[in-house]
Design a protein around this ligand. Sequence first.
Ligand SMILES: Nc1ncnc2c1ncn2[C@@H]1O[C@H](COP(=O)(O)OP(=O)(O)OP(=O)(O)O)[C@@H](O)[C@H]1O
Ligand SMILES: [Mg+2]
Length: 440
Amino acid sequence: MGSIRLRLVLALILTAEFFLAISLYNSQNNYSLGVQEELDQGLLEQGRIMLSWASPIAAASGHPDKMTAIPCLKDVWICRVWIKRQLVSQEGGGKGFLLPSHSGLMTVSWQGQNYRILTLFHSSDEVNLLIGKPLPNRLPDSFVLLMWEFGRDVLLMTPLILVLIWLLVSTSLNPLKHIRRELAARTPDQLEPIQCQDVPQEILPLIETINELFERVRSSLAIEKQFTADAAHELRTPLAALKTQTQVALRVDNEAEKRAVLLNILQGVERTSRIVNQLLTLARVDPLHQLDPKKLVSLKGVISVVLHDFEGEMERNNLQLIVDAAEDYRVMGYEEQLFILIRNLVENAINYTPKGGCVEVELKQTDSGRVLLGVEDSGLGVPPEERVKILNRFYRVLGHQTGGSGLGLSIVKTIADHHQAMIEMSQGKRYGGFRIEVIF
Ligand SMILES: Nc1ncnc2c1ncn2[C@@H]1O[C@H](COP(=O)(O)OP(=O)(O)OP(=O)(O)O)[C@@H](O)[C@H]1O
Ligand SMILES: [Mg+2]
């Protein structure tokens, strides 16, 4: 049952009918108790009268056999009297009732009929008395009729109650209808908060949560817009340069000059495709596109795969590689992302270290028990004031000859965030160049 309105109406109707049934049941019970109370009063009165008759007889006569029977009162249905444990009177029904052992009122069932029984005992004369009257098995017709009429009236009113409850619930749900209409009329970029006045208290938390979501979507859209604009700008420049160089190449007749221009074009294409690749990587590490669950990843394993890929390049640049990772450490994470993170750090160390220098990759545990991945080189390093900025997208330190898109470290930052890891940058103490640490 998906409709709140229907659920509420049914719940209210069922509750009303339930209480009606309980009230009918209680009325019947109260009525029966009233009848019983009246019966008990009569029995007590009659029991006392009969005891007052029996006591003098019992005291006057010696042996119970010689005693006169005690008359039974008119409307008493069961009546039995014992003197000195000898039955001296027996009238009405209930021959099965034996000498009672204690005094009091009780309800007993005998041959399918309920009886209210009073037993009395006079100790000095040893008189035991038992009188009883049948309890009515069914309610009187007048009472049943009254109850039936009451029930019928309530049932006849049920449709009216139903309509009233329906109207009440519909009115209470009106604010929701307004909100639905308002949201349906919005365009995708209309992410202003929904107005909360007149909204029922119960729905307010939902609206507030939707508004918070709108806020998050708005800021994420703004970031995306800024990013798209930056990306377009970054691509436009090399593409324009490529166009100009191609036009030049077409005009030049000299083979050597043509070759030089074509080499320029090749570099431009490489740089542009690097930007495109990094942009695609950035989109891939977006948390929204992360479907696989995290798993335990061996960092030493990832490092050795990355370093293997760069072997040729290191050799070409005459770079010395130092790996300080005696033990393996495993972190909970996305293997592909960790691969991208380490690749970008090692790639930077190689790119920004002059020929003949060295690159060190370190894996260890910190004093506080966290896993530390450090990459250090013997290059020029990054001035302290630039260190935070290089984590921003498209930011590159001026003066570096090496071509790059300025996206690598922002990718590293995004991945570190996905793994709740910290990034620390400093001047390397061992090799004097740039040192970057990712602490998981
Ligand atoms: N090991 C390093 N030594 C010196 N400077 C570095 C080092 N690593 C990064 N940088 C500086 O930080 C900037 C940003 O690095 P990042 O990796 O984000 O971009 P990139 O290397 O320019 O381009 P790409 O997206 O292709 O990696 C670099 O342009 C460079 O100026
Ligand atoms: Mg880089």
